[in-house]
Design a binder for this molecule. Sequence first.
Ligand code: PLP
Length: 392
Amino acid sequence: MGISKQIGQIIEKSSWIRKMFEEGARLKAIHGASNVFDFSLGNPNLEPPESFQRVLEQVVSEKRDGSHGYMANTGYPETRKAIADYLAAEQAIAYEADDIVMTCGAAGGLNIILKSILDPGDEVLTPTPHFVEYGFYVANHGGLLKTVPTTSEFRLDIAAFDEAIGERTKAVLINSPNNPTGQVYDASSLAALGELLRRKSDRYGRTIFLIADEPYRKIVFDGIEVPSVASVYGESLLTTSYSKDLSIPGERIGFVAVHPNSAHRKELGAALALTNRILGFVNAPALMQRVVARLQGECTDVAAYARKRQLLCDGLASFGYQFVKPAGTFYLFPKSPISDDVAFVRALQEERILVVPGSGFGGPGYFRIAFCVSDETIVNALPGFERVIRRF
Ligand code: PLP
């Protein structure tokens, strides 16, 4: 085999994802794409807000020398300033431009954070079910991802974290609103986590960072607010992107924010700039940096996702599916009516419905529905969901 054993094993392990993708392509070829109900990908179906197109055109039409050249690895100063000002107001924390590093999406942000802080064998703890790429990102930089169970409603289980944190723990990585569960962690559990991390950092004599991965922060329902992670813990690193809230995942633009109260503020800034460079990102896309600088606070049509959530939840609940209604994101994570979630997902495929088994997220016995699809897809898929649950 020419490729590395590690990558070969990852390809092998995730082969069912490929199989599902192939099955989707096969079904689409037979029945036509509109007759296959594809809920498998978190690729926003909504177009970016109108303001995005307007600002993009403005930026493209402005002739500015050097617009397409290399820049500081951290990004354009004016973009970092615009983001720092917005974040300072949103989080009530005094972020400055120097605390912001522009990245190739949240994925790029997570990778430069992990590269900056991990030594071989260090552990990163994450509540599970979780975004499956975390394991790969942590392994990319010599670390080990350890999962920590959540409560029956997918909330943070502080006692489980208390037990899991040890001398090798370098960071806790949380994602709220959460992919795949749609859960938003409440302020009191975050405060308890902050307190725990302070205690454990003291006990083990080294900083345990709290990484908040928040690409879905603006996609929340019923008027809820996502509590600030930075306000509960000074050694926190925030990463996010415009992939989901501006519906531009292909543009690869996001950022990392270092907490201004971090004891490691300066060295983290230098490390993140270096890792952006040496991981080959070099800098975040120049054009998009200029665009997002002028779109702080803008967001796609969350009301449309709220409507889709309602359509799906009402339909599935009436057939007897059990789930925690998502407080945010565009994912629903129902219980599989049979314990074998992979078998259940296969049964849904017979109805031309494509979803992802919970096992793929460390949540066996569940499955994930990405409802960032047209209303029509949801409505037309509901009879299939009903027929399958009746069979079991
Ligand atoms: N984190 C979570 C929880 C995600 O769901 C995703 C994408 O689906 C990412 C990070 C990566 O986002 P980006 O496209 O900004 O790299």
